[in-house]
Each structure stands twice: as C-alpha cells, then as structure tokens.
Design a protein around this ligand. Structure first.
Ligand code: C5P
Length: 224
C-alpha cells in the first residue's frame, strides 16, 4: 500500500499533536512533532546565551544542535532529545513557550529545521504537525489539515496539559501567550503560519479528540 504524507498545521493548542500522534499510531506511520524541534533549539539558545540578533552566533549555534526522537518503552512515547539528553519535559514549560516564536521566526533557524524535517519525511509514511508543513516542508503532502479552535477553549486545554505536567499557570497568561505566538507565527517573513490553499480546515472547538482522529484517518484512507 502506498504511503502518504499527512500535514497537520494550525494555531497553537488546537490539538494538532495529540491528533497527529494517534493518527500515526492508527496508520502505522511515524509522527514528527516539529514544534518540539523549535522548542529544542530555543532551549539550546537559552542555555548557551545565544544572541538572537547575531546571525553568526545563531549559525554557529545551529551547527551544535542535534535533535533526535527516541522511543521510551516506559512511557511508550517518542521523546525529544537534544544532543543525546532527554528534554521532553523541559521544552513543554512556559518559559520555553515564551521565547519559541521569536526563535522560530529567525530564517536561519527555519532553514535548518525545514531541511531536517524534509529528510525525516522523505520516505513518506509520516504525520507531521506544525505551522508550515503543508506550505513549506511538504507542499506536495497528499493530505493537508488546517486546525483552528476558539482561543479560550485552546487556553483551557493548554492549562490542563500544563497542570498534568505539574505547572500551574493562570488562564490569562496562557491565552496571552497563545495569541502572541499565533501573531508572531503568522507574521514572520519565512514560513509564516497560513492555511495552504489545498488544506482542509477543521475547527476542533466542539468536537472530541476521538472525532478528530476518526475524521483525519477517514480522509487519509480516501487518499491512499
Ligand atoms: O507546536 P508547538 O506549539 O509546540 O510549537 C511551538 C512553536 O514552534 C510555535 O508557536 C511556533 O513558533 C514554532 N513552530 C514553527 N513551525 C513549526 C512548528 C512550530 O514555527 N512547523
């Protein structure tokens, strides 16, 4: 059976990664969380005091960033590693969310990440979620989904997710962060967040996760 690329783009905290992960599991595909890659770069830049406005410093630092996804049999999940260290928990924290959009707007950062993402999906059989997958990384993806949801509902979902990870953050703070990220992500020069012309839009505000997954799997089946 031929394998396809499924690109899931959209605003922050619409349920893209949870859906993508489950769809990949159902189809026996690899799941690539491209947001985790930008979060990993942000963590490296913070830890190493890389000046975001210094192109040479950014380019030099990018040479030293090695991101991998390693399967953890204990959690049954693929976890993000930076230079061999598991950073899965760390990159989900609010202090990373607060800088990730600035880091990911730097063109050199995007060129490096997009090249890696294209390599990861070159054999197809992947579900990739992000902001520019259907427009930039895999403009030839067989199935493109663009997810949206009511901002307050997104903030509530994100708050629950953070709480489950042990971080208590107010709803207003989360909402502000989501809207700020959406704005920066949509207005950057390189790979801005926008719906690909051939993407199918899905508003996840009032549907369950199971419904989202089912809907994407059905669309994927039609494409195979
Ligand atoms: O998906 P997640 O919310 O973890 O992504 C974190 C941030 O990474 C986004 O707000 C965006 O700034 C950046 N990102 C991006 N392009 C992608 C995926 C994520 O710019 N393909």
């Amino acid at each position: 059976m031929p394998k396809i690329v499924i690109a899931i783009d959209g605003y922050s905290s619409c349920g893209k990664s949870t859906t993508a992960k489950q769809v990949a599991a159902r189809m026996g595909y690899a799941y690539i969380d491209t947001g985790a890659m930008y979060r990993a770069v942000s963590l490296y830049f913070l830890q190493n005091h890389v000046a975001l406005t210094n192109p040479k410093a950014v380019q030099d630092a990018l040479q030293l960033v090695h991101i991998s996804f390693n399967f953890n049999p204990k959690t049954g999940r693929n976890e993000t590693c930076l230079n061999g260290l598991n950073i899965e928990e760390e990159i989900r924290k609010m202090y990373i969310s607060n800088i990730v959009s600035e880091v990911s707007a730097i063109p050199d950062v995007r060129y490096a990440m997009v090249a890696q993402q294209q390599k990861l999906g070159r054999r197809r059989g992947v579900v990739m979620d992000g902001r520019d997958i259907g427009t930039k990384v895999f403009p030839d993806a067989e199935l493109k989904i663009f997810m949206t949801a009511d901002p307050t509902i997104r903030a509530q979902r994100r708050q629950i997710e953070l709480l489950q990870r042990g971080e208590m953050v107010g709803l207003d703070t989360i909402l502000e962060n989501l809207l700020k990220r959406d704005y920066i992500d949509s207005h950057r020069s390189e790979g801005p967040l926008r719906k690909a012309e051939d993407a199918i839009e899905l508003d996840t505000s009032y549907i369950t996760l199971d419904e989202q997954i089912e809907w994407v799997v059905q669309l994927a089946d039609e494409k195979i």
